[in-house]
Ligand binder design. Structure first.
Ligand SMILES: *Cc1c(COP(=O)(O)O)cnc(C)c1O
Length: 393
């Protein structure tokens, strides 16, 4: 059986066929350098102008506020490093314990590589993955240089109140960055109505190719480039433009804007059907993350007393692609930093599985998972000493 049921869209997405179609001519026909003086290159420059406008439109930003990058990670690094360079005397950063490694590891490295000159506050989350805004307010000091808080969590889909948090940062005179890689295309974003200074997005999480990202930089926000080189992107990011992928990202954002409402209701319905079906048919199954303040496509469920990796391998043999919350580190199976931050009990943290859907999933695929997963869990539990001993300790 060769069919693949792809429910790992928070890891990466299929490039939309409409996106593949519009990017292709930029390899073979319009291959000029957009910075060239000739019309041949200039045509490419015009196409980039149109793509930039489409991205700005999805976010309700000005096209001038969009800088193309190579990925979400580069956008995150650019924003955070730029924000702290704007205020070199200040040495404190506020972020959360559940950020993507692109933010979490950067903040931690900053602390380590500057001889501990930078202090990092990682805000805690509760058992539903939510932040405490009082704790956030209290984290500010005279020394705070920047805040970086994700819009939506990649493992659980939990949505943070970043617009409110940006207002609070603004009141303290502190620059605010949000990693919105998982939110863009899934939740409506209107940057004209917010105090957000920097917003990161990545193409491959919204049906554009891997290796293209963008950073929103609010007009008037102090900015220092991360990649220093030519005058591309108005001097904000050196390096010849990844033309085909920029065109692709423009198209993907246009599709996302058009599909947001209709497809989100359908994707959400599929997600809910999958989640409710699994929670009711499998005992000792627990949803991780807030039930409603969450992306419409993401479901993270712990199946107690078994290992997520074992579940994934069995799902894989029937063609189902999902992901486990835990990462295998040097032989010892450590639950993910997100599960640990939420205080998910040991018996559940190891068996967490993330299903992340997209507009390409069907009801029939959800039914297939609902049919095949319960017997897999049954089989694994029958082999698990933890399951058989669960009432003992
Ligand atoms: C995928 C992801 C990133 C990294 O984006 P890349 O384009 O893969 O570098 C950053 N943040 C979040 C929340 C993500 O899900």
């Amino acid at each position: 059986m060769n069919r693949t049921i792809y429910m790992d869209n928070n890891a990466t997405t299929r490039v939309a066929p409409e996106v593949v179609e519009v990017m292709q001519p930029y390899f073979s026909e319009f291959y000029g350098n957009p910075s060239s003086m000739h019309t041949f290159g200039g045509q490419v420059g015009d196409a980039i102008v149109r793509a930039r406008a489409k991205i700005a439109h999805l976010l309700n930003a000005d096209p001038d506020e969009i800088v193309f990058t190579s990925c979400g990670t580069e956008s995150d690094s650019t924003a955070i490093l730029s924000a702290i360079r704007a205020n070199p005397a200040k040495r404190h950063i506020i972020t959360t314990r559940v950020e993507h490694p692109a933010v979490k590891n950067l903040a931690e490295n900053l602390h380590a590589f500057t001889g501990h000159k930078y202090r990092v506050t990682q805000l805690a989350v509760d058992s539903e993955g939510m932040l405490d805004l009082d704790e956030y307010e209290k984290a500010f000091s005279e020394d705070t240089a920047a805040v970086s808080v994700m819009w939506a969590n990649n493992e659980t889909g939990v949505i943070f109140p970043v617009q409110q948090m940006a207002e609070i940062a603004k009141a303290h005179g502190v620059l605010f960055h949000t990693d919105a890689v998982q939110a863009v295309g899934k939740v409506p974003i209107d940057l004209k109505k917010t105090a957000i200074d920097f917003l990161s997005l990545s193409g491959h999480k919204l049906h554009a190719p891997k290796g293209i990202g963008a950073l929103y930089v609010r007009k008037g926000t102090p900015f220092t480039p991360f990649l220093i080189g030519g005058h591309q992107e108005k001097g904000r990011r050196g390096g010849t433009e990844n033309t085909a992928s920029i065109i692709a990202l423009g198209k993907a954002c246009e599709l996302a804007a058009a599909r947001m409402t209709v497809e989100n209701t359908r994707v959400k319905h599929l997600r809910d059907k999958l989640e409710n079906g699994l929670l009711t048919s499998i005992p000792n199954a627990i949803r991780n993350g807030h039930p409603s303040t969450r992306l419409p496509n993401t479901s993270n469920i712990s199946f107690e007393y078994i290992e997520g990796e074992a579940i994934l391998l069995h799902l894989n043999t029937v063609g189902i692609c999902a992901s486990s919350g835990s990462a295998c580190t040097s032989g010892s199976l450590e639950p993910s930093h997100v599960m640990r931050a939420m205080g998910v009990p040991f018996t559940a943290a190891h068996g967490s599985i993330r299903f992340s859907l997209s507009i390409y999933n069907t009801e029939e695929e959800v039914d297939f998972v609902l049919e095949h997963l319960p017997p897999i869990i049954d089989k694994l539990r029958n082999m698990s000493p933890f399951w058989h001993n669960r009432h003992k300790s």
